[in-house]
Design a binder for this molecule. Structure first.
Ligand SMILES: CC(C)(COP(=O)(O)OP(=O)(O)OC[C@H]1O[C@@H](n2cnc3c(N)ncnc32)[C@H](O)[C@@H]1OP(=O)(O)O)[C@@H](O)C(=O)NCCC(=O)NCCS
Length: 326
């Protein structure tokens, strides 16, 4: 079998909601500024959970949705830029939490493009090694890496997790994936390693441990990438935008999505948007969106979908999906 389908989806969102008005009590900002510049109205923040905890809950929901036994999972990939620890991999902690004793597990670091990268890597491993079932999870607790005194970043991000169960299949599912990296631009979005030192350290190599971003550069990168990746994946597969039921973009800024819709000359409602509720949840944003769309019965068997992401690295990627999970 050379195909891989999405056999189940799930998400987990931390219960604590932080509204824009609550943020305006911490930094000089306003609901009006945040909504008009980004589309974000609120975000969910973890208080007593780590990335592995929320990843595990999303994973269990996806496993339940796929009707498989957790022991059937052969591979777990957690896409995250906010792992619990440098080592072990958050994926190994998830393995223990959910009891997937037969899996091998590792993390993948491609920031907000991580879920798309994860699908590509999982599909390749499954097809080449005859691996039947995999979990790809996007999970982030970015709230812990943000400088809550920096109004230009603290208003943008939120916590959450989304997961898919992938299954080797005779049916078409993951039709195509594109992954791209532009390391030359890495300095535009960083979260430095925290407090690592030795007795001989040169202070110059110390990094800012908080999320640091050149917003306008990322904005430009995102608008170019999102449009060119959608065009490229359509062209590579002899499809047009009319063949696509939904585009599921990484949720970083509603204005980036509106710009892409305008450039592609399609109505913005072809894009699934939920940034108002969650903010930017990095690697989790696309699987959260897919899971939410499935819960709302927006997805029909046979629908073709494009998921498209971009983020630190700078990375970007797109995935063409034929929906088989009903
Ligand atoms: C960050 C972003 C929302 C900023 O929007 P913008 O319209 O470009 O705003 P600017 O950075 O030009 O700032 C405009 C003004 O608002 C101010 N401002 C910034 N954050 C603010 C906030 N939360 N509340 C109020 N004012 C704020 C700035 O200080 C600036 O003031 P000044 O003109 O007096 O200097 C936008 O650049 C963006 O979304 N970039 C992409 C980020 C992204 O996607 N990151 C994740 C990648 S996965």
């Amino acid at each position: 079998m050379n195909n891989v389908v999405i056999a189940g989806v799930g998400k987990y969102i931390p219960s604590k909601i932080v509204t824009n008005n609550m943020l305006s009590q911490i930094v000089e900002t306003s609901d009006e500024w945040i909504v008009s510049r980004t589309g974000i109205k609120q975000r969910h923040i973890t208080t007593n959970e780590n990335t592995s905890d929320i990843a595990s809950k999303a994973a269990l929901n996806a496993i339940h949705d796929s009707n498989i036994d957790v022991c059937d999972i052969d591979l777990i990939i957690v896409a995250t830029c906010t792992p619990d620890m440098y080592t072990p991999a958050t994926a190994c902690i998830v393995q223990k939490n959910i009891g997937a004793k037969n899996a091998f597990a590792f993390d993948l670091g491609a920031a907000c493009s991580g879920f798309i990268y994860g699908i590509n890597v999982a599909k390749s491993i499954m097809v080449s090694n005859d691996i039947k079932k995999a979990l790809v999870i996007g999970a982030e607790t970015l709230s812990k890496s943000i400088d809550w005194n920096d109004r230009s970043t603290c208003v943008l991000f939120g916590d959450g997790a989304g997961a898919v169960v992938l299954s080797l299949s005779e049916n078409e599912g993951i039709l195509d994936v594109i992954c791209k990296s532009k390391g030359i631009k890495w300095e535009n979005l960083t979260i430095g390693a925290k407090d690592l030192t030795n007795p001989y350290i040169d202070e110059k190599i110390r990094m800012n441990p908080y999320l640091n971003m050149n917003g306008s550069e990322i904005f430009k990168f995102a608008t170019v990438e999102i449009v060119s990746l959608i065009k490229q994946i359509l062209k590579d597969n002899n499809l047009s935008l009319e063949d696509i039921a939904y585009i599921i973009p990484h949720q970083a800024n509603e204005r980036i999505i509106q710009f892409a819709a305008k450039k592609l000359e399609i109505p913005v409602d072809k894009f699934y948007i939920n940034i108002d509720e969650y903010g930017n949840t990095s690697a989790a944003s696309i699987p959260i969106a897919i899971s939410e769309m499935s819960e709302k019965n927006l997805l029909k068997k046979g629908d073709k979908l494009i998921a498209v992401g971009f983020g630190a690295g700078l990375t970007s990627g797109a995935c063409l999906i034929k929906w088989q999970n009903n």
